[in-house]
Write a protein that binds this ligand. Structure first.
Ligand code: AQP
Length: 353
């Protein structure tokens, strides 16, 4: 939908705020390191579900986001191809999902500039991811890291995406995307951008570090023992789970018994996600067991799920040119959608050309 309508409060539309917009899914992952189990359970597995639901899907390697913190160029190239291999190995099909590299679709940055001028400093100052990543050294953080949420809003809205499957940590950024869409529509008296819905579902929307149950499992955590990488072999996965931090108590039989036991909750949630179950059901099966019994069960399940994916990733990485060709083809398709939306945005804003 790229028509300009008269201004209205989208919440007042009985058919929903995005009635009239073609349902479309967009999401992305940064090639800022190797993929983790958190990326897989929180994002990629859900990307595949969306693809299989028949809705139009676009999935991006958000390399421009990755460089908001320093990336070695050779490692960035490798991580981008490995991320694409991860998407493919997990079940994304480039004939059904558009897969591409953010930097190859310049419309993302063209729209991001407009959104830099729509978003307010106060909105960005509230973003917890910036505070976490910049830490105490805020003055030395890149401008890109601060403006990251405006580029993310552009990534989504340049396709008029109506749904974004993400992990819990991205909720605040999607809310900002919605605020930007509403402010743009209001400022210019149009109904041009949809108010995108975050899709945060399942038991593993926030997989935690294996070393600290209060911290998110993350690619850039300095400790490799804190995460399971999609490329870890079976022995490494088993070792990381064996050494995962836990408490001395046996597992409870009910969810209430996980209160105040962040590490225990995390391992049970990972088990539930991998088994396609839920925490309550898993606890009815494993309640009363010690971690010495539960951890090998979890390791076995994780290896069974991840090993075929990592083997396929390794096979795909033997032919980087084939991966590059898939990404180049995806970028062409992505630009077909994005270019008219940017053109119309610039007209609405008053650019002559
Ligand atoms: N631990 C997690 N649990 C559930 N979902 C997660 N995601 C990331 N970590 C977890 C989801 O994966 C998608 C891509 O995230 P990203 O790579 O773009 O950025 P991120 O959230 O900052 O991920 P990392 O691993 O922590 O990367 P670095 O260390 O580079 O910052 C998102 O949908 C995210 O929710």
């Amino acid at each position: 939908m790229d028509a300009v309508h008269t201004q209205s409060d989208p919440a007042d539309d009985p058919a929903g705020p995005n009635a009239g917009f073609t349902p479309r899914v967009f999401s992305g992952i940064q090639p800022s390191g190797g993929l983790t189990l958190g990326n897989y359970l929180g994002a990629i597995r859900r990307f595949v579900e969306k693809q299989d639901s028949g809705i139009e899907t676009l999935y991006c390697m958000v390399d421009l986001h990755a460089i908001t913190v320093w990336q070695d160029p050779a490692k960035l190239r490798h991580a981008t191809r490995e991320l694409a291999a991860g998407y493919l190995a997990a079940g994304l099909d480039p004939t059904r999902s558009t897969m591409f590299n953010q930097s190859q679709v310049p419309e993302h940055t063209q729209l991001a500039w407009i959104f830099n001028c729509v978003a307010r400093m106060g909105w960005l100052n509230r973003m917890t991811q910036f505070k976490d990543k910049a830490g105490k050294n805020r003055e030395n953080a890149s401008v890109g890291l601060f403006a990251y949420p405006c580029l993310m809003a552009a990534d989504i809205l340049v396709y008029h995406a109506t749904e974004v499957p993400v992990g819990e940590d991205q909720k605040q950024h999607i809310e900002l995307t919605r605020d930007i869409a509403i402010k743009f529509n209001t400022d210019f008296g149009v109904d041009f951008f949809p108010v995108t819905e975050p899709v945060i579902e399942g038991v593993a929307t926030r997989v935690m570090s294996l070393r600290d149950g209060t911290k998110k499992m993350s690619k850039s955590d300095p400790s490799d023992m804190s995460r399971i990488n999609m490329t870890d072999d079976a022995d490494t996965i088993a070792k990381k789970i064996r050494k995962a931090r836990t408490d001395p108590e046996a597992l409870p039989s009910e969810e209430a018994g996980l209160e105040g036991r962040a590490e225990a909750r995390n391992l049970v949630a990972i088990y539930a996600a991998l088994a396609g179950s839920d925490v309550e059901t898993v606890l009815t099966e494993v309640g009363g067991r010690q971690f010495s019994e539960f951890k090998p069960m979890l390791a076995e399940l994780a290896v069974a799920e991840l090993s075929p994916i990592s083997a396929e990733m390794a096979r795909l990485m033997e032919d980087p040119a084939a991966i590059d060709a898939i990404l180049a083809g995806g970028a062409v398709r992505a630009r077909e959608i994005a270019a008219p939306i940017v053109k119309r945005t610039y007209e609405i804003v008053g650019m002559v050309g």
